[in-house]
Design a protein around this ligand. Sequence first.
Ligand SMILES: [Zn+2]
Length: 219
Amino acid sequence: MNAEEWFDDFYRTHLRRFSGFNWPAGEGFVELSESFRWHIEDKSIPKDIAFEASLRLMGEPVKNISFGNMLPRFLEIATEMKTRRSETNQANATLQYAATVSKGCLDCGGSGMTDRVSHKDGHLQRFFCNLCAMGVYLAQANRNTKLGENTPDLSDDANARLRMRECGDGRFDSPFKHQAKDWDAERDALRTALYELPPEAAAKKIALIKKGLFAGTSA
Ligand SMILES: [Zn+2]
């Protein structure tokens, strides 16, 4: 909605909220309200964010708010809210895309997480799937979370223990394998197709998956 349609309503509310504020008289008053209008339109601040930013501004100590900094502070809050909203929308859009294209992933079923069993001691290790967009999305989204800390990414070179290692006779091996219950012809083919690829070829495939996931979604 165009700011012209709601600005007066907004500014009346803003004035009421700051009725105790030392508003300038005459010209100064008009200047300030016109500046508010201009900047709100210039920065395309939507109606609900404008109302909420004014409300948030009320939460700051009134002694910190002056004629000179009321508008800059308001804009700072509103712009930050707008950025956060666009990031959230972007993440949701990306998640939706990942979920759609990862449906029925042969490795993780589209959940983005997949288990492996250690050859050595049989312990289960959970990984972010690197075959589908969902696994890539989850690994990215959890880069700074506890889950991310505890969950290696199958495509992460730093997790060399899962990288295929050359056995010496030209074959590649990994210290982990699929769970027995997950073995079937399809997965077998998949394993051959991806996990037995030399690291460089696997990295290429992963780059393609990531490109599909993040193309066109960055701001
Ligand atoms: Zn997957």
